[in-house]
Every structure is written in structure tokens, then in C-alpha cells.
Design a protein around this ligand. Sequence first.
Ligand code: AP5
Length: 215
Amino acid sequence: MKLVFLGPPGAGKGTQAAFIAEAAKIPTISTGAMLREAIANKTELGKTAEAYTSKGELVPDEVVIGIVKDRLTEADCKNGYILDGFPRTVAQAQALDDMLPDAIDVALSLEVPDEAIIERLTGRRECKNCKATFHIKNNPSAKGDVCDKCGGELIQRADDSLETIQNRMSVYHAQTEPIKDYYKDCGKLKCVNGVGSVEEIKAALFSALGLSEAL
Ligand code: AP5
């Protein structure tokens, strides 16, 4: 399965991609996570990216297209993948189709209204070690202030400040939302309601993808 996950910042793409990846035994390729790792490692890519991510702006197309192109050639992508956070502009979607004409089977859009996003993102915590995602109220770690998967420290992402969240939402509506029409025109778009409990959304997504827990 070759899947693109669409949806606003904080829609729950990363949370749900982890379930789908485990069930379908395919990797999740998150451009946001790749950029954060480069920023943490202070690489040249990281220095370039941080100037944009810290303000909630998109990193230039040519930069992200390059890193995705390299990542898709790795062996674990042979049987499929989940793209989380890429493409994020129509130019990126076109570049993906140009580099791999059968790059995508289905584009899943997780639909969450703006009102729900701020609460989700201001309450998000991420494990510094394994990058698992939690929410202080909606999806807390069973171990309180540490990750219940690996015991790592839970931290707040640098771009989860209120001001940056608001800019990310504006950028999403202006530059990323038009991708839905791009995939609709290709007959690949499926929209799933992203409001409800994590388990309810998981069930809706698995049903839309024809996946079962047993896979
Ligand atoms: P990226 O990391 O992709 O961030 P994003 O799209 O803003 O998405 P998030 O990771 O914030 O949200 P999510 O939908 O994964 O939600 P999550 O599951 O964590 O990108 C970051 C930055 O990198 C961008 O701003 C840009 O600068 C740059 N970038 C990345 N890709 C790029 C590209 N292709 N081109 C250019 N620039 C790029 O859930 C959020 C919270 O809600 C969590 O706390 C979770 O526990 C909670 N939650 C989850 N599900 C539910 C539920 N059902 N109910 C209540 N709470 C829930």
C-alpha cells in the first residue's frame, strides 16, 4: 500500500500512521520528523530547515523533494509506505508523480476543524527518544511524564507554540489544502472524519483502507 496522509497540523496523522504502519508492515516517512532530526543534529539541512519550521513556514519544495526522493529508494519502501507531511504543495505532489508515476495508491485526508487543532497541539507531548506522540488529556502516557513505550523524556515540540500553530494553520489552508483537489481529480482521495477518540478514528481509517488488526 502506498499511502499519502493529508490533513491539517495536529489532525492526528502521526498518531494514526503508527497504527497503519504496524498493521500493514510498511514504513512511515514523515518529512517533519526527518527535518526535526536534521535540526537536532545541526546538519546543513537542519540549519536551512529551522529557519522555516520555527516560524511555521514550509521548507522550500526543492529541499523536501530531494530528501523524499532519496528516502523512497531505500529497501524498506519496496512493499509500500505512508507519506506523512509530504506532499505539502501541489508542486510537491506533481514532483512526486514525475519521479514515480505509481507513487500513490490512495490519499487519505483526515478532516479536523480548526477549533480542535489548537487544543490538540498545545497539549501534545513527544518522546525525545522514540518520538511517540501523546496528549496531556486526550492520549496521555500510561507512565505520566515519561514515555510508556521506552521510558524517554516527554517534551513539547518547538513549533507547538500558539503563534506558530496559528501560522501553520494559515499555511495549511493556503498551500496544502489545494492538494485535496489534485488527488480528487486523480480519483485517489478518501476523506475520513478525524474528530472522535483515537480508537474511533483508527477504526474508521482501517475500514476505509480495508485493513484488519490481524494483518
Ligand atoms: P510536521 O511534522 O509534518 O507537522 P504537521 O503537519 O503540522 O503535523 P503534526 O505533526 O503537527 O500533526 P499530526 O497530524 O501528525 O498530529 P499528531 O498525530 O501529532 O511538519 C512540521 C514542519 O516541518 C512544518 O510546519 C514545515 O515547516 C516542515 N515540513 C514538513 N514537511 C514539509 C514538506 N513536505 N514541505 C515543506 N515543509 C515541510 O496529533 C496531534 C496531537 O493530538 C497529539 O497530542 C495527539 O496525541 C492528539 N490526538 C491525536 N488524535 C487525537 C484524537 N482523535 N482526539 C484528540 N486528540 C488527538
